[in-house]
Every structure is written in structure tokens, then in C-alpha cells.
Design a protein around this ligand. Structure first.
Ligand SMILES: [Fe+2]
Ligand SMILES: [Fe+2]
Length: 257
């Protein structure tokens, strides 16, 4: 099974040629599923969401999507009285989807908040209710791979272009350890990396994606991750844009013990 992990598309501040290269890549390579780890839009306007909807409709495979902090209206009253109304109308009703296949059990949560007890509302948070949902979701999982999706990264890269705070981070890490999640997919930093965490003999792989299509790149070019699953192994290809095409920049293979 092949899953493409894209992130931080930022419709409204998106490179049209890059999005076209991406569509062509997916039409040729045919992943079974596309996972989007948030920041679909730049300013959460209706026209940006409309463009994103049209883009998803062009993809010939299903899309598993969660929101990011940019998918909340900015300084707009709608942020406070109906923060996710536009996302729900154009993208998906469910902000925290779940998908079970024979090989992979996917669960997503929404870490973006309309308000935070912090000067920077771009940061994220995880609630007790969300940790309970994660536990419930994986309790009866029979697929060999447990994949979790969120926007704000819970692990930090060795070299970070952007400081991120995820409130209740330790609570989430403990929860992910308890349910023995195999892979965590995230975005937000516009910076791709793969970090392993070993707890009680179990490895969790934290996979971050660069921005796939945004004009706001940091230290890396546009990119995404392609995950190739078999029963016992996963190969994670970090794809980067070069010469108007996406190429494998680095491949990491992990085998279950
Ligand atoms: Fe972003
Ligand atoms: Fe973000």
C-alpha cells in the first residue's frame, strides 16, 4: 500500500506550477491514498477553500485530511463563533477522521485552536478528550500499522527553522507510546525530517513534511513523503522538487521486529 503524505498546501499563497507537477506525479505514480496534514489554505477564505476543493477533486484517489492553524479565519468574528464552518463546508465535516484498511489504521486529530493562552495562536494543543479518542480508536486496531496524523509536530527536528509549541505535548507522547503508534505524520514547520523514538522496545517514527506547494518555503524546497507499506516494513521516500519534478531525496526503511 502506498500513501502520499502532503502538507501545508496554502491555497491563496500557492505555486500553481508546483501544484500542477504534483497532480501529474500522483496521476502517474498512483498512491492508494493521499494524507494531508493541515494548512490547506493561507487565510481560510471561501475562495481559497473552493480552490482546494477543486484540487482534491482532481485527485483520482481518496484524500484523508486534517486542518491546520491557517484553516481558521484570521481576525474575523467567524473565528470565534464558527471557527471550522468553512473547512467543514468545503473540505470535510469530520475534523478528526479515522480510516481502517487491512494494512494501515489511520487516525487524525485537530491541534489548531481558535484561542490559546499564549501570544502566538499559531501554536497547537492536545486535549484530554483527544487522548481518550486516540486510545479508543486504536483499542481494537487489527492492521499491522498504526498511523497518526496531526498538524503541529510533537517531536522537534535537530535543526529547526521554526519554533513550535504544542501544549500538553507530554500527555500526547505518553498516549502515543501507550497505544504503540508506529508512524506520526505532521507538518506546520515547512521542514521535512524523520525522527525515531524508542519506548519499551517499540519504535515510533515521526515523519514531518515540507510544504508541498506553498510559496513560503524555508530551508528546504517544496516536497512531500511517499510511504510504501508491506506487512513487515515501511519505506519512507522524502520527495523534493527539483527541475520541475518531484524526485526521491532520501529513503528510510523501517522493519518491524
Ligand atoms: Fe503552514
Ligand atoms: Fe501551520
Amino acid at each position: 500500500m502506498k500513501i502520499a503524505h502532503i502538507s501545508d498546501l496554502h491555497f491563496g499563497s500557492l505555486s500553481r506550477p508546483v501544484s500542477e507537477v504534483l497532480i501529474r506525479h500522483f496521476q502517474a505514480d498512483k498512491p492508494d491514498l493521499v494524507v494531508v496534514s493541515g494548512d490547506i489554505t493561507q487565510d481560510a477564505t471561501c475562495s481559497e477553500f473552493e480552490e482546494a476543493r477543486a484540487f482534491f477533486d482532481l485527485l483520482p484517489m481518496p484524500v484523508f485530511c486534517i486542518p491546520g492553524n491557517h484553516d481558521l479565519p484570521g481576525m474575523d468574528m467567524e473565528r470565534f463563533y464558527d471557527p471550522w464552518g468553512r473547512y467543514k463546508r468545503f473540505i470535510a465535516e469530520d475534523l478528526e477522521p479515522e480510516l481502517k484498511t487491512d494494512l494501515v489504521h489511520l487516525k487524525g486529530i485537530n491541534t489548531a485552536r481558535r484561542v490559546l493562552a499564549h501570544w502566538n495562536w499559531a501554536n497547537g494543543s492536545v486535549s484530554q478528550r483527544q487522548c481518550r479518542d486516540i486510545q479508543r480508536s486504536y483499542a481494537d486496531a487489527t492492521a499491522p500499522w498504526r498511523v497518526f496524523v496531526m498538524h503541529h509536530p510533537v517531536m522537534n527536528a535537530r535543526e529547526m527553522p521554526l519554533q513550535v509549541s504544542l501544549f500538553n505535548r507530554n500527555r500526547l507522547l505518553k498516549c502515543l507510546d501507550d497505544v504503540r503508534v508506529d508512524i506520526v505524520l505532521a507538518g506546520h514547520q515547512h521542514h521535512a525530517y524523520v525522527e525515531n523514538r524508542l519506548t519499551g522496545g517499540h519504535t515510533t517514527i515521526f515523519v514531518n513534511a515540507s510544504t508541498t506547494t506553498s510559496l513560503r518555503i524555508r530551508r528546504q524546497p517544496n516536497g512531500f513523503n511517499m510511504l510504501n507499506f508491506t506487512d513487515k516494513a515501511v519505506r519512507i521516500d522524502r520527495m523534493e522538487l527539483k527541475d520541475e519534478a518531484f524526485h526521491i531525496y532520501e529513503a528510510v526503511t523501517h522493519t518491524k521486529v
